[in-house]
Design a protein around this ligand. Structure first.
Ligand SMILES: Nc1nc2c(ncn2[C@@H]2O[C@H](COP(=O)(O)OP(=O)(O)OP(=O)(O)O)[C@@H](O)[C@H]2O)c(=O)[nH]1
Ligand SMILES: [Mg+2]
Length: 458
């Protein structure tokens, strides 16, 4: 990726397609002069107010043809997204016009931006670190509100501060150990016990951070929740009701659903991939049999199960078979068709799986579906502490693990009675990983990987 900061870059910053407005953005030393060439505003250049919308016209400066009306907004560096001179031109959201504006901008001296290059510049100019850059992209691509919340905090520097504080503690510890080595007689001496306390504290913190990656992944990818039960209990009806869309076919005949269907829903900001599948029981057709097998495999891997039972009929051996088969999975028991006269022996079912939460619903009338959603959150979703930091990227997880490893090596040496010099050396090995985590140590390949995931114009 070209990283010359002398260039002025240009790109459309709004998504592809037609929209109410579309924004072309420029960043670099010539941003304002170039913008003024292609966009005509009343104010003379020296009077263009900062961060204020100025009405004007998109103009082909060669043919003198006016192409659109809109607004120009000038963000003088360093008070801009990239810390450089930045101009946004707001036009009508027409791809034809926006592309033309970019073409005119290039003719006037700008160069097309690479994906993520605006954010890359913000990083190269020291406004954000790599963790924050990753968070910006996460925020843009967030598929659930929870994920967006976490990414926003990280964009504002919460995770970076946590890493900085770990770094500070490590550096302080190293300084103490080194001073006590250099001046052994003075009262600067640090005891192995003190070193151990600091190390254990840091290792605990980093361990919690590393294990938050599992939650992070669940957030990014969503939780898979499989709807399972014998045929005709109302799985597809429940699936549709939770989806609020008539997605799966529902009929009064057992064996309606044969293949599985997966759709995303959001429950209070948490992304769940809901899967409807063939009902368990005697298959009436080889296709259904295959569907049942696939469903079982899926259910085994799911993050949670909704085991649906027909409360208007007596419990059947298949119900018990199912409950036993998925004994060790997180699940909820859903007694469906509660609008009809009950016939199931609920207690008998509950006795086979003590401790499992249950709810009586009617997928048909919608009764208790809100309650069911609440329970799905409580039972399946990782419980996020609001102030806790979550790692969303494998890159970050690998580096946090590596920092923790170095500290653990130091601790091991300390426990084996090795000299403080050796202990310090092991601890010092944590520093490069910290540098890579926040991007202080620049690795072109890693930067390319991170910023290539961005859209053009961000
Ligand atoms: N009264 C009542 N009927 C329901 C309810 N839920 C589903 N049904 C009916 O039960 C029948 C079967 O519903 P489905 O949703 O197709 O059941 P399923 O479990 O997906 O069935 P298979 O795909 O064949 O395994 C349909 O006639 C639904 O209208 C409910 O809560 N109350
Ligand atoms: Mg079905």
């Amino acid at each position: 990726m070209n990283q010359t900061l002398e260039d002025t870059i240009i790109a459309i910053s709004t998504p592809a397609g037609h929209g109410g407005i579309g924004i072309v953005r420029l960043s670099g030393p010539e941003a304002l002069p170039i913008a003024r060439k292609i966009f005509c505003v009343k104010e003379p250049e020296q009077n263009i107010p900062a961060r204020t919308m100025c009405f004007g016209y998109l103009l082909d400066d060669e043919s003198r043809e006016t192409l659109d009306a809109g607004y120009l907004c000038y963000f003088p560096g360093p008070y801009s997204y990239t810390r450089e001179e930045v101009v946004e031109i707001h036009l009508h959201g027409s791809p034809v016009l926006l592309n033309e504006a970019v073409r005119l901008g290039i003719r006037a001296g700008a160069r097309p931006a690479h994906p993520g290059e605006f954010t890359l510049r913000a990083y190269l100019n020291g406004r954000i670190d790599v963790i924050q850059a990753e968070a910006i992209n996460d925020l843009i691509r967030a598929s659930s509100l929870d994920q967006a919340r976490i990414s926003f905090k990280q964009m504002e520097g919460s995770l970076s501060r946590k890493i900085a504080s770990a770094r500070e503690k490590i550096v302080d510890l190293l300084t103490l150990v080194e001073t006590s080595l250099e001046f052994p007689d003075e009262d600067t001496e640090i005891t192995p016990e003190q070193i151990r306390t600091v190390l254990l504290d840091l290792i605990g913190d980093l361990g919690r951070l590393a294990s938050s990656y599992e939650q992070g992944r669940a957030l990014l990818e969503g939780l898979t929740v499989a709807i399972l039960g014998r045929t005709n209990v109302g799985k597809s009806t429940l699936f549709n009701a939770l989806l609020e869309e008539e997605r799966a076919i529902v009929t009064p005949y057992p064996g309606t659903t044969r293949d599985f269907i997966r759709e995303n829903i959001q429950v209070d900001g948490v992304l769940m991939k809901l899967v409807d599948m063939a009902g368990f029981g005697q298959a009436s057709h080889p296709v259904e049999e295959e569907g049942i097998l696939r469903g079982q495999k899926l259910a085994e891997k799911a993050d949670g199960l909704l085991v649906v039972l027909d409360a208007s009929r007596e419990e059947s051996p298949e119900d018990f078979l199912l409950l036993n088969k998925f004994r060790n999975k997180k699940k909820l028991l859903v007694f469906n068709k509660s609008d009809l006269k009950p016939a199931i022996n609920r207690q008998k079912v509950l006795d086979t799986c003590p401790g499992v939460s249950w709810v009586e619903v009617s997928a048909l009338t919608g009764k208790n579906l809100g309650q069911l959603k609440k329970m799905m959150l409580e039972t399946f979703a990782p419980q996020l502490e609001k102030q806790e930091e979550i790692i969303l990227h494998q890159r970050q997880k690998v580096l946090v693990d590596s920092i923790k490893n170095s500290l653990e090596n130091g601790l091991k040496l300390l426990d084996e009675g090795a000299g403080e010099e050796l202990v310090a050396e092991a601890i010092r090995e944590a520093l490069p990983a910290i540098g890579q985590l926040t991007g202080e140590i620049r690795n072109q390949e890693v930067l390319d990987q991170i910023f290539n995931r961005f859209c053009i114009g961000k």
